[in-house]
Write a protein that binds this ligand. Sequence first.
Ligand SMILES: Cc1ncc(COP(=O)(O)O)c(C=O)c1O
Length: 386
Amino acid sequence: MKWKARLSELQFDEQELAGVLETIDSQWITAGPRTEAFETAFARLTGTAHAIAVSNGTAALFLALKALDIGPGDEVLVPSLTFVATAAAVIHCGATPVFVDICSLANPTMSADDAAAKITSQTRAILPVHYAGIPADMDRLSALAESNGLVVVEDAAHAPGARLAGRPCGSLGTAGCFSFFGNKNITTGEGGMITTNDVELARRLRLLRSHGMTVSSWDRDKGRPAQYDVLEFGFNFRFDDIRAALGLAQIEKLEQFNRRRAALVEAYNQSLSSTQLDLILPSAGTSEAKEPSHHIYPLVLPSTEERDNVAQWLQREGIQTSIHYPPIHCFSAFKRTGRRVYLPVTEAFADRELTLPLYPAMSVSQLSHIVETVEAALGQTRGRQF
Ligand SMILES: Cc1ncc(COP(=O)(O)O)c(C=O)c1O
């Protein structure tokens, strides 16, 4: 499909290209000095003592839970309004995801009230998602975790550079998990990162990331003895230096990217907030303490029918849209478990949500064209002009 406006676009230039070429020329392409430098830069970004690069965001979530010893018999509170990986990571640890509703159609992050109602004697962790890069209500969720002896793992896949009361997402729980998939605010194609201030957790994450081995290939190249021990059976969730070169170039530009995203979101909000249009804009009116990273631009229409009509109209005009997200508890894979889950706000949101294109290189005239097309589509479905 030839799109006039894609949902997201890659922001690479000569800097990424040069980084990759230098890495290839260096003769060291697996995890090594560039991976370490990317980890250091990422730890600085999140203000955490440690950052551990892994193969993707799903591996980050799985490994964080695993290293926290979450397993069979344990329950983890997760939103259903998220990418399936958030719950799959819990399931693959042998634990049970317990789905929590969102706060409201205007604040589609985990509801602390519903989370509190779902805590049982088996609950071990809370795994909130900073949906669209909007920080979840971490003050209330962290207080809930503390009073019930739970750990907090942030799914910060959408949230590099986002802040809550000046504190970076990824530093608000015991561990933060990021994704560098191709559509994310910074990308390495595939890739992930775990951030933490817990030195023992960081040590275990590094071990488990690479088969529990005490010595890495890079250590040996630096002259460490070849003998190694295996302290526990782990995985191969390693990152590599080619992708780290991309990450190092991308992270330098993140602040500028996020500033541009914020300006575009402000322009979308200004144009689409007219009461006549009758839209809910989750990116508008977030509390002052929240500095979102604006990973995506979601809006909520009055009905599913209108949402679907607008999506079809935009598609005909070459404007790509998406739905974030079909709730996890509505997928066949979950329904087969026979567990019945009712999340009224999540379901209403998912039935009516539409995501519009957003990426730093989007021009103001492109954005205006998208807004005009949304208005035309709404006019057509409602039999009037906006
Ligand atoms: C909210 C959320 N969690 C987890 C993931 C998983 O990340 P990855 O695709 O890098 O495995 C994604 C990525 O798409 C995501 O959007």
